[in-house]
Design a protein around this ligand. Structure first.
Ligand code: HSE
Length: 428
């Protein structure tokens, strides 16, 4: 039997304690599966006195994560603090410099510094693994880097922020407006400390950028992700979409096109009978499309103690087994800097507009769309409110550029009484 593999865990929140519990409860199973004992030697967190529902007495305590990261009795620095910069980044850099492997759940740090960190670690013969950073318990990084390694990936899609999916599905089931459900999610503790990370699509955008790198062999380029959050989704849109057989999801899509790499995280309509359309509550789903395998759908908990700790342990146990896959599935120095392309693949769009209820108003909108080359698939006017009439339009396939041009034309007609809502209908 080889020497034990020694973990130093920085961050003892929900996920850190989840890892402690798995290591303690499944020690024999982990050793049987990896051929190596996995032990925790030291831990670090902001507060030593906090009650954590786990026995930490057997582990050395470090107040400073940098001290933990550089201890002689730590082989893997398990970074579960979070934050793109600051202590998490400093300690990760220190761990790599001190010759440690790193396992992290930190999507923000890797989305911004992943290339640099991976190059540094790999140059020194070490690995950084991040299964827990993307879609919680869903082993999507492993599926891409190992299970689908022989495929050219065509498209990666996913609902990867459970909080947003909770808010959108709860709005539909309760009929409550966005603001009320947002407050409910806050009370339930579902929101990140900065809620914009969730509802602004940033957290899910980080995850998409990481997956795109693994899927397409490109350098992580979070700045190139076109981001739109769910803050403007109204209960009216959810109702009208449902009426037409669609659900609204905060959907990430990454695909390599002839023009370059498209990455977008934005609200989309998806058919309500599709796997993505049926996704309820805080659950995540990732859809992968490869040239040989076709479509793979992965569904599971995107956050929480057990699921996220499960993903951390997957990385730890790979290292215990001697499996040392490069951070992004191939050596970091071989990742190419992809040309970023504006997402402009044609798709049908859902449009909701408030029009003045007077003769010719609808005709003016139809003309503005027609002038921009946009063909209408379906259109209906419903429930008059005062002097303005709500109108729903589903277009035939068009590009976002053409749509923006058409909406600018609609704005000049003088018949709109508010900003139109435009949401892409994604073929899934
Ligand atoms: N806030 C995230 C979510 C947690 O709601 O999915 C995991 O990143």
């Amino acid at each position: 039997m080889s020497t034990p593999l020694r973990l130093g865990i920085a961050g003892l929140g929900t996920v850190g304690i989840g890892v402690v519990k798995i290591v303690q409860q499944h020690a024999a199973m982990i050793t049987a599966r990896t051929g190596r004992e996995v032990v925790i030697t030291a831990v670090s967190a902001r507060s030593r006195t906090k009650n954590r529902d786990a026995d930490l007495s057997g582990y050395a305590w470090e107040d400073d994560p940098l001290a933990l990261a550089t201890r002689g009795d730590v082989d893997i620095f398990v970074e579960l603090m979070g934050g793109s910069d600051g202590p998490a980044l400093d300690a990760t850099r220190a761990a790599i410099a001190a010759g440690k492997d790193v396992v992290t759940a930190n999507k923000a740090m890797l989305a911004i510094h992943g290339q640099d960190l991976a190059e540094t670690a790999e140059a020194a013969g070490h690995v950084i693994r991040f299964e827990a950073a993307v879609a919680g318990g869903i082993p999507v990084v492993k599926v891409l880097t190992e299970g689908l390694a022989g495929n050219r990936i065509k498209r990666v899609m996913g609902v990867m922020n459970g909080t947003c999916n909770y808010i959108l599905t709860r709005m539909e089931s309760s009929g409550l407006p966005y603001g009320d459900v947002f407050d409910e999610a806050a009370q339930l503790g579902y929101l990140e400390a900065d809620p914009n990370l969730d509802v602004g699509g940033i957290d899910a955008g980080h995850k998409l950028a990481l997956l795109a790198s693994v899927a397409f062999g490109t350098r992580v380029s979070f700045d190139a992700v076109e981001l739109e959050g769910i803050q403007r989704i109204s209960i009216e849109d959810i109702r009208q979409a449902a009426d037409m057989g669609f659900k609204i999801k905060l959907l990430g899509v990454a695909q390599m096109t002839g023009r370059g790499l498209e990455q977008r995280m934005s609200p989309c309509l998806v058919p309500d009978d599709s796997p993505l359309g049926q996704l309820q509550g805080g659950t995540n789903m990732v859809v992968l499309e490869g040239d040989s395998v076709g479509q793979i759908v992965l569904r599971g908990a995107g956050a929480g103690m057990g699921p996220t700790a499960s993903a951390v342990m997957s990385d730890v146990m790979d290292i215990a087994r001697g499996i040392r896959v490069s951070t992004f599935g191939q050596p970091a120095t071989t990742l190419v800097a992809a040309v970023s392309a504006k997402a402009n693949a044609p798709a049908p769009f859902y449009l909701r507009m408030q029009l003045l209820d007077k003769p010719g108003a609808l005709a003016k909108i139809a003309t503005a769309l027609g002038d921009a080359g946009i063909s209408i698939d379906r259109m209906r006017q419903y429930g008059h409110e005062n002097s303005s009439a709500p109108v729903l339009i589903v277009t035939h396939k068009t590009t976002r550029d053409a749509l923006d041009h058409a909406l600018a034309g609609c704005a000049t007609t003088g018949v709109l009484t508010g900003d139109p809502v435009a949401i892409r209908i994604e073929a899934v």
